[in-house]
Design a protein around this ligand. Structure first.
Ligand code: SAM
Length: 299
């Protein structure tokens, strides 16, 4: 191993876990330091070993047979104890996922936490991350932001999740599957308000990289008519709510109450009980409930 992995004192080297970012589309984004680590680590843990072998081959990185093993969401929990033992025995282990930074909507958090608890050095080899790349080109505020990963796939759960975020004043970053983009933009326009500014960043670092900017309503409409917009990989960046809305802690509490009631009750009943519990206007809560309520069957 190079750099921090080299023990120049000649002592038995301590094990270390290297968390290595890989390209999100453009292979030239693999840093020289990352390439050296992927070449020299005793063991390479990959989300999909075939995918990572393709990356290594394309970047001219050779590895000994059998020195790449899989670590993905379905086997991470069971693999962690043995991997921590290997780290404690002095192994230098590199962790990668299919694209971008491990742990960012990707596997690795259980291993990193366990290694940290065991006193193993955990080293970052930073690089591409679609969320950060999208923020850097969206044209929205970046001084404060929240990363929400993927929203729930089902419409009801998605709207409920958005309801809890409607008053968030920081810029919001979501990952989204292309086939759900239009529905998600429509839900965002309904729950956050049609005029909220947003950006859809697709295919970052790839040939068809493009950023669509506009209000949520305009983006939802564009998505319905422009098939290119929902092709490829997508990050959604949404402006935060105006700060004055956030000041109203009562409104936030009322929205959360409503959210819970709507899981069990029809709109008018949920709004009435939420108004009784919070002392806020029934009309205001009814309108909010209409936006949050699950669609009627067939609607
Ligand atoms: N760990 C990765 C990272 O650091 O960005 C993210 C992994 S997550 C499973 C995959 C999601 O990231 C995609 O569905 C998409 O929302 C986003 N993504 C990844 N690559 C992208 C790209 N080149 N352009 C836009 N979004 C991308």
């Amino acid at each position: 191993m190079t750099d921090t992995a080299t023990d120049s004192t000649g002592r038995k080297p301590a094990g270390a876990l290297f968390v290595v970012a890989t390209p999100i589309g453009n292979l030239q984004d693999l840093s020289p330091r990352a390439a050296a680590c992927l070449r020299d680590a005793d063991l390479l843990l990959a989300e999909d070993t075939r995918h990572t072998r393709t990356l290594l081959e394309a970047c001219g990185i050779a590895r000994a047979a059998g020195s790449i093993e899989s670590l993905h969401e379905h086997n991470e929990r069971e693999r962690v104890p043995a991997l921590v033992s290997r780290l404690q025995a002095g192994a230098r282990i590199a962790l990668v996922t299919d694209a971008g930074t491990p742990l960012m909507s990707d596997p690795g958090s259980l291993l990193v936490a366990a290694a940290g608890r065991a006193g193993i050095e955990v080293v970052s080899l930073p690089g591409p991350c679609a969320a950060i790349a999208a923020l850097s080109i969206a044209g929205l505020a970046t001084d404060r932001f929240v990363f929400e990963g993927f929203l729930p796939a089902k419409a009801t759960a998605r709207r409920a999740a958005l309801g809890t975020l409607a008053h968030e004043t920081r810029t919001l970053v979501f990952y989204e599957a292309p086939h759900r983009l239009e529905a998600t933009l429509q839900d965002l326009a309904t729950v956050f308000g049609a005029e909220r500014e947003a950006a859809v960043a697709r295919e970052i670092t790839k040939r068809f990289e493009h950023v669509y900017r506009g209000t949520l309503a305009a983006l939802a409409q564009q998505c319905a008519t422009d098939a290119n917009m929902s092709r490829g990989e997508i990050v959604l960046v949404v402006a935060g709510a105006p700060a004055s809305e956030d000041d109203d802690a009562e409104a936030l509490a009322a929205a959360s109450t409503l959210q819970v009631l709507l899981q069990e009750l029809p709109v008018s009943q949920a709004a009435r009980i939420a108004a009784q519990l919070t002392g806020r206007s029934r009309k205001e809560l009814y309108e909010r409930a209409l936006a949050l309520a699950p669609p009627k069957p067939g609607a």
